[in-house]
Design a protein. Structure first.
Length: 291
């Protein structure tokens, strides 16, 4: 992974740090690729429950690297978008830990995250208009979804900054801390990681996508989303799991393990069991047959 992005795993939390403090963590192509790789890892490794995105040296991210822009460089990654995350955030929760400035593309990185913890001195803004540019990595489109449209319009047209007091009052950020934003984000991540990972992931997915669903279709679509998640798993294993859970409550305690073993026999000797193990070893999605 690029040295412009550092990763560290702590207790099921993947900490992703933009490591360009000399440039206030301005986003480059290499940094975007590093973040995208980290998001891929967060999505693919079952041991990882939550991600934290932060910046080194007391600044979150000051936006796109303008020197790179003048060279024709665009800090985007196919499939993930600007900064390796804006257009396709991870399926698992991602927390922004903000110190110093989250400006321009840095603010767009922040609002692509699910939760934000910021130091009390942090500043937020989309000052692209001051450089003759537009906040096109989500700022002008996504910011009005998170704060009142008139406030978003003010930020987009003036390029002015916002402090934490106003930001937390508007709901742009979740928590303001006196000390380290990263420490605050770790504490929040630990709370999330205590919960069921599948339930957390589905809750995030439904909350993100359901805002565009017609009101009369919301419950049906929610059920469909949960059904799709179940359908990713081995059909025989799902069926037997349901059967045992339903029937075992009436089994005598001394017979439960014996009866379960009898029910499980077809599962552990099935083609699906071998396919599941092979797919895990080969790091690919399994091709279930239901037998």
């Amino acid at each position: 992974m690029s040295e412009e992005v550092l990763t560290q795993e702590e207790n099921g939390v993947l900490i992703v740090t933009i490591n360009r403090p000399e440039a206030k963590n301005a986003m480059t192509k290499a940094a975007a690729e590093g973040i995208a790789a980290a998001m891929d890892r967060l999505d693919s490794e079952d041991s990882l429950r939550v991600g934290i995105l932060t910046g080194a040296g007391g600044t979150f991210c000051s936006g796109m690297d303008l020197k790179g822009f003048l060279r024709g460089e665009r800090p985007t990654v196919e499939g993930r978008g600007f900064g390796g995350v804006v257009e396709a955030p991870p399926q698992k929760p991602l927390i922004a830990a903000v110190e110093g400035y989250a400006l321009a593309g840095g603010l767009e990185l922040m609002i692509a995250c699910d939760l934000v913890v910021a130091n009390k001195d942090a500043k937020f803004g989309i000052p692209e208009v001051k450089r003759g540019l537009v906040a096109a990595a989500g700022g002008v489109m996504m910011l009005p979804d998170q704060i009142p449209e008139r406030v978003a319009m003010e930020l987009a047209l003036t390029g002015d900054f916002m402090g934490t007091e106003r930001a937390v009052g508007l709901g742009l950020i979740n928590q303001v801390v006196e000390g380290s934003a990263l420490d605050g984000a770790k504490a929040l991540a630990a709370k999330i990681a205590e919960n069921g990972p599948l339930a957390v992931r589905i809750s995030k997915k439904i909350m993100k996508v359901s805002r565009g669903w017609p009101m009369e279709e919301r419950y049906a679509r929610q059920a469909k989303a949960l059904a799709a998640k179940i359908a990713e798993n081995g059909p025989l294993a799902v069926r037997i799991s349901k059967k045992i859970m339903k029937e075992s409550r009436g089994w005598p305690m001394e017979e439960r393990y014996a009866r379960q073993a009898k029910a499980l026999g077809p599962v552990f000797t099935s083609e699906d069991a071998r396919e599941g193990a092979a797919a895990f070893a080969e790091k690919r999605k399994p091709n279930w047959k239901g037998k």
